[in-house]
Design a protein around this ligand. Structure first.
Ligand SMILES: *Cc1c(COP(=O)(O)O)cnc(C)c1O
Length: 403
């Protein structure tokens, strides 16, 4: 075979970027256009409104930046807080760690609650910390809803209850980058003040859009917030977005893709999307069980429906499994990051995915593990996943409308 030539397709099972559906790909195949034309708002204005449905927010305001998700983290922080402000942040994986680091770079005084990797935010500890803060110095609580590094989903509703139980006025900021559009997320109901996502995960787009939904309470903090902000000054976006425009050149092709992506999510129905992710995740978890391996997530209550982080046995490097999967089988698996580097590999199961696609990832992972010297019986994980997927399910997914 010629050097570098790979027949067939790559099987993308990293937890982001995710597969691009054909309809999204086609929608982005557009000539350049004038983003100040009178017609441009016909595309953009409905996007802002429809994004709010994805966040489940009526009261909030959605923002779209030409950035990755990290840019939306920065926008959330700098538009609401001032250097020296205290914020409370549980840390239980690489993404919660990076958000904390970014907050510190902006001069925030981050009170870190260390949680074991494989667990998530602890509402009781959050309630205790807030109850002790009689002077209400803590201005915000930062939660990563779905910790992509460990495959752990935290209970944001319980965190909201904890904040309320402490009668504390702190804002609630939630990173939903690998949950929003795949796992149920309820911005208004959970009293989330800043909800953050990016384009390349549940929204099935290339990376390049940072997306934020801000509550009115969060927006009211803009005047008093002293963090330096330039590119992410929300005031500029509010003024331009009002008429369907942007303060800077928007990523127009991605906005067309976003239109197609939102249409897809609405055609399937959000609840069906969540149910599908739950079923597909269940298949991966059944395979992990059958392999006799453990998830990084310590208990079922932490199980993520968008990514499974699978611990490899002692003496095996998870990186080898990933390398073999890629080189021999054209399968891309996610690596262990930072504290868990080498100790696990990740199967991302979010976005545009169905039963047989998930089985391809499970099959390839099984082969790569066997090749890497892990004692798995070929077919066992696949069979367990197949059995799971064959089970009747009450929430029969609706078919996506023909494209
Ligand atoms: C992917 C991801 C991010 C954002 O990363 P970018 O590379 O900046 O898009 C943030 N948080 C979580 C939980 C993620 O999975």
């Amino acid at each position: 075979m010629p050097e570098g030539f790979r027949p067939g397709r790559n099987f993308l099972f990293v937890p982001g970027p995710t597969n691009l559906p054909e309809s999204v790909l086609r929608a982005m195949h557009v000539p350049s256009e004038d983003h100040r034309s009178p017609r441009f708002p016909e595309l953009t204005k409905p996007l802002f409104e429809d994004l709010k449905k994805i966040f489940k927010s009526k009261d909030g305001q959605a923002f779209i930046f030409p950035s990755s998700g990290t840019g939306a983290w920065e926008a959330a922080i700098t538009n609401t807080l001032s250097p020296g402000d205290k914020v409370l942040a549980p840390r239980f994986g690489q993404f919660s760690h990076l958000w904390i680091q970014l907050a510190r770079r902006h001069g925030l005084d981050v009170i870190v609650q260390e949680e074991e990797w494989g667990t998530g935010a602890d509402p009781e500890k959050i309630e205790a910390a807030l109850s002790e803060d009689k002077a209400h110095e803590i201005k915000a609580v930062l939660i990563v809803h779905n910790e992509t590094a460990t495959g752990v989903t935290s209970d944001v509703a319980a965190v909201r209850k904890a904040i309320d139980a402490a009668s504390h006025p702190a804002m609630l900021f939630v990173d939903g980058v690998s949950s929003i559009g795949s796992i149920d997320f309820r911005m208004d109901e959970w009293g989330v003040d800043m909800a953050i996502t990016g384009s390349q995960k549940g929204l099935m787009l290339p990376a390049g859009l940072g997306i934020l939904c801000a509550s009115q309470k969060a927006l009211s903090m803009r005047d008093s917030a002293k963090c330096a902000r330039g590119y992410f000054e929300l005031g500029d976006y509010i003024a331009a977005n009002e008429n369907g425009y942007f303060p800077y050149t928007p990523a127009v092709a991605l906005l067309h893709g976003l239109r197609a992506s939102l249409d897809r999510l609405f055609a399937e129905g959000l609840d069906n999307v969540f149910a599908r992710h739950h079923r597909l995740a269940g298949a991966v978890r059944a395979a992990v069980d059958a392999w006799g391996l453990e998830l990084c997530a310590k208990e079922p209550k932490w199980h993520s429906d968008t990514v499974s982080a699978i611990m490899v046995p002692e003496g095996v490097n998870g990186g080898d499994v990933i390398k073999i999967a890629f080189e021999r089988y054209n399968l891309s698996l996610g690596a262990g990051l930072s504290e868990v580097a080498g100790k696990l590999f990740r199967i991302g199961h979010l976005g545009d995915l169905n039963e047989l696609m998930v089985l391809s990832g499970v099959t390839g992972a099984e082969m790569a593990m066997a090749d890497a010297g892990i004692d798995v019986t070929l077919g066992k994980g696949v069979a367990a996943a197949q059995e799971h997927l064959r089970k009747p399910h009450d929430q029969q997914q609706s078919r996506i409308a023909a494209e």
